[in-house]
Design a binder for this molecule. Sequence first.
Ligand SMILES: NC(=O)c1ccc[n+]([C@@H]2O[C@H](COP(=O)([O-])OP(=O)(O)OC[C@H]3O[C@@H](n4cnc5c(N)ncnc54)[C@H](O)[C@@H]3O)[C@@H](O)[C@H]2O)c1
Length: 324
Amino acid sequence: MQDFKGRTAFITGGASGMGLGMAHAFGKAGMNIMLADITPHRLNEALAGLTAAGIVADAICLDVADRTAMANAAARTIERFGEVHVVIANAGVGIMGRVRDASYEDWDWSNGVNFGGVVNAIQEFLPLLRRQGRGHFVANASMAGLTPVAHGGLYSVQKAAVVAMSEALYTEVAGEGIGVSVICPGMVRTNIHETTALRPGNLPQSARPAAPPLKLPVDPTLFMDPMEVGDRVLRGVQSKDLYILTHNEFAPAIAERFEPILSAMADSPMAGPPPGFEGPPPGGAPSSAPDGPPRGAGGVGGAAPPPGFSVYGRVLSARQAAGA
Ligand SMILES: NC(=O)c1ccc[n+]([C@@H]2O[C@H](COP(=O)([O-])OP(=O)(O)OC[C@H]3O[C@@H](n4cnc5c(N)ncnc54)[C@H](O)[C@@H]3O)[C@@H](O)[C@H]2O)c1
């Protein structure tokens, strides 16, 4: 998406941190901003700040885990601004703790916000983008979705799901003129450490001992400024990047995760497709990506995957390239 002037962005978790950084970045680029957040006082402050910066903005108080509230938010956005062009599912909570210690309530709360909130935004807003035949969907995952964090099992699971969902959606809607990006930030100076206070009363803290407060082994002043993230996301949407990565110091951690996976692969390719596999649909891939294959999404063995192919399709094309 190149032209932001007079268009509209809807941003969940837009009252604080990266959501607010994106609101300022997209607002400065000329977009109308619809903020959505669960924290009313922050929402009011954020709205005042945007208005003071000369940005046309409005706000909705909602819980992203509430499907009816998300449907109402979509309707209100259209009512207020006519169309919506960039949808940013950014709201999230920083639940820490191990998978082995988690209660059902821990799962329900954090799944509902960190994963369900993104699903709900897709359910309610994607049909609007598809009807318009243009737009861009952005989800905020985390570096934890690419390299799971110690003592952060639940959070890592949910963020990995957001990455996978974004990758799937990218190929599904690329041919319709709709872009998809997933943000995987490292550490950013925000209020995420306060999000346990947002836990609803019907999903109380686990009766088991809570995870110790997260002690980060780094100087907090080294965390990235959320406004810088906002500018980076704007550039990513402009250039239709599937992956928006902000912290290149995590490259070794990503390599550390994927090297054992690659080295666990068999030396030779599979003898043939699994029973029942029909191959790609007649005429090849179902659709083409807005600007070709996603950046950094090269195929197995270096062959560029035809856009829109399933992962198994990429394996097949690599086999063909290798003459198997
Ligand atoms: N801060 C980091 O270091 C970091 C790193 C990687 C990814 N992230 C992700 O970035 C996103 C934004 O977080 P942030 O760091 O800017 O934190 P933040 O706490 O400053 O902002 C998150 C906002 O989401 C809102 N929110 C929380 N639960 C909600 C709900 N149920 N419904 C609606 N709004 C809700 C909060 O009120 C808050 O305004 C999150 O998805 C987070 O997981 C954060």
